[in-house]
Write a protein that binds this ligand. Structure first.
Ligand code: ADP
Length: 652
């Protein structure tokens, strides 16, 4: 039983062993090797996937995308060495071969275009499309494809590159269906990787484009700011130039003629011009003539430069007549300009602006540069502003010229008048002294008795001679004061002079029935004065007060110490001077209407004013309500011996 069993067991074991080996050789071994192969394939694929994913990056420029595609294709070819890989690009409905990998028998020509519907279909479906020998006939062009490249089976893998670049398609040729099965996941991976990269890249491109756009905008803004900045600087320079112009003409020591030439100099420097000149209209000649002070042209050339205003070929004349500014980029070759003038000045760029004063046009300003196309419309505008300033300066210049000519003529006339007065007065004085002497002798009765009528006539003659003598001596005084009269200044006590004059006038006052009183009290500070002339002033004021105040009036004199000045006033309670006449009493030869019965020349107050002013003092009339007059004068007190400081202010 045991042996039976053992025998049966041996047989069974042998059977199982046999079955095991049978299964091992026939089934398990192939399955194991298949498993190993598939593990290897999986390992290869995952290595391929890892490597390609590690190398993947989002390119920042469209051109770099082509490098990535090439890398993938090379890597693919490395994994499938017996494959053929061709890369096509679509444009204008045709597919152009842009790259390939494989040593073909007949090398394909790059950039050759094909029109195959199979490729169009693959790209339209966006799917891998596989063609074997059998199915090739379904699509036009596939047989041709096989024959052109010598490929038997192909797989088409379309993808859309980044950055809006043309559509692409990879054509993968393999030796047989098994190779296709192995390659399919690789191709899918490549296709999905490339399209993911292209999506990311699209975003990168868009962002980069936006960044570039923003940078451009920022650059443009910076440029604009730069331009605005330089304009501001330009404006500031223009303002400074204008300020300089105004200061030149109106500042201390302003010289109008120098101002004109300074303006032209400033303009030249401001706009970097080589020639700046004004052409003023000469009415007598009917020409525009270059005026003095031109910048950048020699005297000889300038002397010969004038253009008749009938010459309409001249841009200056046209600007003058039309008052429209003119600009030329190259005056030596401009039919609008008389080129000989531009050549004379050796200039190319030219600007001309009118110089007008209110409604009157007086000339033009010409500005030239040796460089071509040099001036800008901004500079033309600036020139217009300067031309307005220049017009005012020119006007000032001509007024100043006229005024100084008139002043010279007047000074000359005045001199002649003074000389005439001095001579005539002197010549009249001598015979008058003789007449007065003889009249006095006859009136005294020394040469015989006189009838009452003779005596009366001679007295009238004596009075007339007196008046004439007084007039002549006043005229002589005036003429002396108008010239360079020598004053003999010394320290004088005005109170003493007043006392002297009052006592001399007491008799005269009594004759007129006028009370005269000196109310100066205490000692007055000394003044620097010429005794003779100041005594004449006090006498004049006293005589007027006595003369014009009338019988029964009273006249008083006061002297006051005002600190810096000594003030003397002569006051009366006579009829006074009407307000409308008060301003005129110090004028030469002015005689008030109310006092015409009294003898006078109208020169006493004019002489007094001149004398007081020559002493650095002031004389005035205080208007009074209710009649009466108060004439005052003040002289500066002599604080230090020999000093004559002059009075400050109008009132004391
Ligand atoms: P004259 O006395 O020779 O006319 P003045 O120059 O001294 O010349 O005076 C000018 C005028 O001022 C006088 O004619 C007179 O009308 C007026 N005038 C001057 N002093 C007085 C005064 N105290 N009262 C009124 N009028 C006066």
């Amino acid at each position: 039983m045991l042996s039976e069993l053992t025998g049966a067991g041996v047989l069974g074991a042998a059977g199982a062993f046999g079955a095991y080996w049978y299964l091992k050789f026939r089934r398990v071994l192939p399955a194991e090797s298949e498993l190993r192969a598939s593990r290897r394939a999986m390992a290869d694929f995952s290595a391929f996937a890892r490597e390609t994913m590690e190398r993947a990056y989002a390119p920042e420029q469209v051109e770099h995308y082509a490098d990535i595609v090439n890398y993938y294709l090379i890597r693919l070819h490395k994994a499938f060495t017996d494959s053929s890989i061709l890369l096509f690009e679509k444009g204008d409905g045709q597919w152009t071969l842009v790259n390939y990998l494989k040593h073909f028998k007949a090398e394909p020509k790059l950039l050759t275009s094909y029109k195959w519907s199979a490729m169009d279909r693959s790209s339209a479906e966006g799917e891998l499309l596989r063609f074997d020998d059998v199915r090739a006939g379904d699509y036009q062009g596939v047989e041709e494809l096989f024959s052109v490249f010598g490929i038997k089976s192909v797989m088409m893998c379309p993808f859309n590159p980044a950055g809006g670049a043309p559509e692409r398609l990879v054509l993968f040729g393999a030796p047989g269906p098994a190779a296709f099965d192995a390659a399919q996941p690789y191709l899918r991976l490549v296709a999905s990787q490339l399209s993911s990269i292209s999506k990311v890249s699209d975003k990168v491109f868009t962002l980069k484009k936006e960044a570039d756009h923003l940078k451009e905008e920022v650059d443009a803004m910076v440029k604009e700011l730069d331009v605005a900045g330089s304009r501001l600087i330009q404006r500031a320079r223009e303002r400074k130039a204008l300020y300089e112009v105004v200061t030149k003409v109106t500042g201390p020591g302003a010289d109008v003629q120098g101002g004109c030439s300074a303006v032209l100099n400033i303009v030249a420097k401001m706009i970097e011009a080589d020639v700046v000149a004004t052409l003023l209209f000469d009415e007598n000649k009917g020409e525009l003539v270059v005026s003095p002070g031109a910048y950048g042209i020699g005297d000889t050339e300038r002397m010969h430069y004038s253009i008749p205003v009938t010459n309409h070929g001249s841009a200056s004349v046209r600007t003058f007549l039309s008052r429209k500014p003119f600009i030329s980029p190259d005056a030596q070759n401009d039919p609008e300009v008389i080129t000989s003038y531009a050549k004379l000045w050796d200039i190319h760029s030219l600007m001309i602006v009118p110089i007008s004063l209110r409604d009157r046009i007086i000339g033009v300003m010409r500005v030239g540069s040796k460089r071509k196309d040099f001036f800008t419309p901004d500079q033309l505008e600036f020139l217009g502003i300067i031309a307005d300033e220049l017009a005012i300066i020119i006007e000032m210049f001509s007024l100043y010229d006229n005024l100084s000519r008139t002043a010279q003529e007047l000074a000359q006339l005045n001199k002649i008048k003074d000389e005439f007065l001095a001579t005539v007065s002197h010549e009249l004085k001598t015979p008058l002294t003789t007449i007065k002497g003889f009249v006095s002798v006859i009136l005294s009765g020394e040469v015989g008795d006189l009838t009452g009528q003779q005596k009366h006539f001679l007295e009238i003659t004596d009075q007339s001679v007196n008046r004439l003598t007084s007039l002549i001596s006043n005229l002589l005084d005036l003429s002396r004061l108008g010239g360079k009269v020598e004053m003999e200044f010394q320290n004088v006590d005005l109170g003493e002079l007043v006392r002297g004059s009052v006592s001399m006038m007491l008799l005269k006052a009594a004759e007129h029935g006028v009370r005269l009183a000196n109310e100066t009290s205490g000692r007055l500070p000394q003044v620097q004065a010429d005794t003779r002339w100041i005594t004449q002033v006090i006498d004049n004021l006293l005589i007027n007060a006595i003369k014009y105040s009338g019988k029964g009036a009273s006249v008083k004199v006061t002297g006051v110490d005002k600190g810096e000045a000594v003030m003397i006033c002569v006051e009366d309670d006579g009829p006074g001077i009407p307000p409308q006449e008060q301003k005129l009493v110090f004028d030469k030869f002015y005689r008030g209407k109310t006092g015409l019965q009294s003898p006078g020349t109208g020169l006493g107050l004019a002489i007094s004013k001149s004398v007081v002013e020559k002493h650095g003092g002031k004389i005035w009339l205080e208007s009074r309500t209710g009649g009466g007059c108060r004439f005052c004068f003040a002289l500066p007190a002599a604080k230090v011996r020999g000093e004559n400081p002059g009075l400050k202010g109008d009132k004391i």
